[in-house]
Ligand binder design. Structure first.
Ligand SMILES: [Zn+2]
Ligand SMILES: [Zn+2]
Length: 731
């Protein structure tokens, strides 16, 4: 073999041929340095070849094959090829994006460095008695460092006390200790005996769920673990994880959000204290991410816990995949490579012939449909563990004057809950003070110049902010249009609810939790501590709070302003609203007393609220499925959206009209809809439009997309940026 085909991080649907006489089949999946244009690029060897279709003088020589870390295994290359095919995205970008950033860089990986502290001669000479007795941290550091000639990892030393970092600094200034960089050892797969700390006794339903999976035939089985909030889905996962670890297998655990990982990480670690757990999410720095990725790839990590990107992690002994909150839209990437990690996880499990468990209280309709028709097997957890389900009621707000968006009924429930020494949550899915600032005299509203969206009033910071493009400006003193000085905030956001509650319930200790208040590192960690320590009476929060957090003292949940997405043009809006409200409602009553959920609405008779009050997702989902079938929407048809962006809307629309014409030339049975401006036509200064295509069969859709994509390249021109979104979640 004298040629290699290389994936490079460029937006072209092709591999690049290079000469590499020394390459062997062991190098497939390895990184390689190649000349590309006038630069040197890092690529990944995807295939070896004995011939090339290029003229010989145009084939350049690969510079060097990097054998510093093991190559990507064949199953991952297979997954990446499938991903590129299915989402119609260039293979090179797909492959390179799946690598940790450090491995995309040109320097070979030199092994990792860790920072150690060790005693200097002067430090060794320091007598413990010469230090004051209250200098406990310094004394402890000296004692520890005396035991380790090679020094001790900085992270370990810092962990002994909150003030250890300051002590290390002073001791360095005294010349007692010094920092040294040492090579960090990568964990290797070893024969560590599995230690399992027993968990709580299983309920009958949990027991039945675990038993079903255990007794199923080996091979690919997709399971839907449909469990109401608080029914103990996690315990079922942990039991199954234990089974697999006992057989020496690895488990991939996907969760929708980074915020949820520390909690789950702690739980998993407590159950399997000797098993190496590798977390993989965007909250890690590059070196941590690489370290964990290598621990997964070597087989040393028994459990990989991560967000959507973790689906691409090489796991040589993968035996089970769990996708928690499988309905969550954050499993779908919404720019660049628009993949769904849940769907790729299913494909991966199928290829490897292993089971996969999709967990949810409100499964995605696609998933629910497959469970109904028998493609997935269902495990049902219908009852909460040890607690009663909350009482959910609708507060009819049509006739009642609201006080800053809150009803008397909600306010008095908040008061009573506080008197009982319990916690409440007021949920409003909008941060800031008010969604828009308005001039009552001329009708001016605070719009964003770069987006078709309103600027949100953030009163505390005295700013108007766009939540879409990040633009911000000072709050004007007077109307920019007519000079009127009496501008009015319209509607509610978390800040407004917070300040209204502070006024109405002056003795309440209120904590606002939204993206603004949790921006600082560790802010969320500290807030959680405050809530658990009962230093808070009322939480005001967005959906950050809704997901998976257990607060045992929280007994009342009030939902403000939920109606806004009830009559949306997006056919998925009500499915999402139901899921979100179920999650929020699930926060109530996780402790001893029965929870109460009050939903303020102008439409108390709406089927969604009716089903929610009965806690009957299956009935609601079946109704939605019937509607979708009637209207010809997914999951009964398969969709893709061609999205276009340009500085002028006409340019984007003209491209889409050309694209539709090109599509009509492709022989197929897909339906091509008319181009329309996007739901939010202007964003960050770009005009956006889209065109939906729809097919009765998945293969039919993909055959069309393949043929169409070639033609699109010619139709685009330079002024338009376009992308295909397969199985779009947002229209
Ligand atoms: Zn005005
Ligand atoms: Zn904007």
């Amino acid at each position: 073999m004298s040629f290699i085909r290389v994936a490079l991080d460029v937006p072209l649907p092709t591999l690049f041929d290079y000469r590499a006489a020394a390459a062997t089949s062991d190098d497939i999946g390895a990184r390689v340095l190649v000349p590309f244009g006038r630069t040197i690029a890092v690529g990944v060897i995807v295939e070896l070849a004995s011939t090339t279709s290029l003229p010989p003088q145009r084939v350049r020589r690969a510079l060097s094959i990097l054998r510093d870390v093991p190559p990507l295994p064949a199953d991952i290359l297979g997954l990446l090829k499938f991903c590129s095919d299915y989402y119609h995205h260039p293979l090179g970008e797909v492959v390179l994006n799946a690598l940790p950033t450090r491995l995309r860089q040109r320097q070979a990986f030199q092994g990792e460095k860790a920072t150690h502290y060790r005693l200097t001669g002067a430090g060794l000479a320091v007598a413990a008695e010469s230090l004051p007795r209250r200098a406990t941290i310094k004394l402890e550091l000296l004692r520890l460092l005396r035991t380790a000639e090679a020094g001790i990892d900085e992270a370990v030393l810092r962990a002994i006390a909150p003030r250890a970092a300051a002590a290390l600094k002073t001791m360095t200034e005294h010349g007692w200790i010094e920092r040294v960089a040492v090579a960090r050892e990568l964990p290797r797969a070893g024969a560590v005996a599995l230690r399992v700390v027993p968990g709580p006794a299983l309920t009958d339903e949990q027991h039945a769920a675990v038993a079903s999976v255990r007794s199923a035939d080996a091979g690919f089985t997709p399971w839907l673990l449909h469990g109401v909030t608080g029914s103990g889905k996690t315990e079922v996962y942990l039991q199954l994880v234990g089974d697999l670890l006992a057989c020496g297998k690895q488990v991939l655990l996907l969760v929708p959000e980074i915020n949820l990982t520390p909690q789950l990480e702690a739980l998993v670690h407590a159950r399997f204290p000797d098993t190496l757990l590798a977390a993989l999410h965007s909250g890690l720095n590059e070196s941590e991410r690489l370290h964990n990725w290598l621990a997964a790839q070597s087989g040393a990590a028994g459990i990989v816990l991560g967000t959507r990107l973790a689906v691409f992690t090489p796991l040589p002994k993968l035996g089970l995949v769990v996708v928690d909150e499988e309905q969550d839209s954050s499993f779908k990437q919404t720019d660049g490579l628009r993949y769904s990690a849940r769907d790729l996880a299913l494909w991966r499990a199928k290829q490897l012939a292993i089971p996969i468990v999709l967990g949810s209280a409100t499964p995605a309709l696609e998933t629910f449909h497959k469970a109904l028709n028998g493609s997935y097997r269902t495990l049902a957890l219908t009852r909460r563990v040890n607690t009663m389900p909350p009482v959910i009621e609708c507060i009819d707000t049509r006739r009642e004057p609201l006080i800053d968006g809150m009803s008397q009924a909600l306010l008095s429930a908040l008061r009573i809950t506080m008197k009982r020494g319990e916690q409440s949550l007021v949920f409003i899915n909008r941060r800031g003070f008010a969604p828009v600032l308005m001039c009552p005299s001329c009708g001016w509203t605070s719009g964003c110049e770069r987006c078709s969206a309103k600027l949100v009033l953030h009163l505390q910071e005295q700013r108007l902010r766009c939540h879409h493009c990040g633009h911000q400006e000072r709050v004007p003193r007077a109307c920019p249009q007519c000079g009127n000085q009496d501008l009015k905030p319209l509607g509610q956001g978390t800040q407004r609810i917070e300040s209204a509650l502070a006024r109405i319930l002056p003795s309440a200790r209120i904590l606002r939790i939204d993206r603004d208040s949790t921006r600082r590192k560790r802010a969320w960690h500290e807030m959680r501590r405050q809530i658990h320590a009962q230093e808070v009476d009322i939480l005001v929060g967005t959906q950050i709070l809704a997901k998976g957090h257990d607060f045992p003292q929280l007994n009342l949940v009030g939902v403000v302003n939920a109606d806004s997405s009830l009559y949306s043009t997006d056919f998925r809006a009500s499915e999402r609203l139901f899921a979100r409200l179920t999650q929020v409602a699930g926060r109530a009553g996780r402790g001893a007393s029965r929870g109460r959920v009050m939903i303020q609405t102008d439409f108390p008779a709406h089927v969604l609220y009716q089903a929610l009050c009965r806690d009957d997702y299956p009935a609601f989902a079946k109704e939605l499925l019937a509607e979708r079938k009637q209207a010809g929407f997914p999951p009964f048809v398969y969709q893709a959206v061609l999205r276009a962006e340009a500085s002028r809307l006409e340019t984007a629309l003209e491209f889409l009209i050309r694209a539709a014409r090109e599509g009509a030339k492709v022989e197929s049975s897909v339906t091509i809809y008319d181009p329309v401006p996007a739901g939010m036509p202007r964003r960050a200064g770009l005009e956006r439009a889209q065109l939906t295509v729809q097919a009765r069969s998945r293969p039919g859709l993909h055959a069309f997309l393949r043929a169409w994509q070639v033609r699109l390249g010619h139709a685009a021109g330079r002024k338009v940026r376009w992308a295909l979104d397969v199985d779009p979640l947002e229209l």
